[in-house]
Design a protein around this ligand. Structure first.
Ligand SMILES: [Zn+2]
Length: 118
């Protein structure tokens, strides 16, 4: 996969997460506006992680590629207790993941342009 393909998969994934969960998880989504990050990074290579975040409250978030049945798929994870609780039922994003996704989406145009210019 090249960078453009990676960013395409990533964009589809995050848009779908927001679409799917925004309504049902609205209160969490609103609370995500108050999440402050200490660190955020983006790596466009299919290894380790794509987006990494560390909140001021010291939780770590990761959005990453995982090979599942010979196919690459994107997954997300947060180290907060809320996430650990939710993941047992289904992949429901915590407010930190929502915040990280929003942060990424807000910089998306810039990122896309940067890649095209490479
Ligand atoms: Zn979390």
């Amino acid at each position: 996969m090249n960078k453009q393909e990676i960013i395409q998969s990533l964009n589809q994934y995050v848009d779908q997460i927001v679409e799917q969960h925004k309504r049902e998880q609205f209160s969490r989504y609103v609370k995500s506006k108050k999440v402050k990050f200490e660190e955020c990074s983006l790596i466009l290579e299919p290894r380790d992680y794509l987006i990494y975040g560390k909140t001021k409250s010291r939780w770590n978030q990761k959005i990453f590629f995982r090979t599942y049945k010979h196919r690459m798929q994107i997954e997300m994870r947060c180290s907060c207790p809320d996430w650990t609780h939710n993941i047992k039922k289904k992949q429901v994003p915590c407010k930190h993941i929502f915040a990280l996704i929003e942060r990424y989406q807000s910089k998306r145009t810039h990122i896309n342009n940067t890649i095209k210019g490479e």
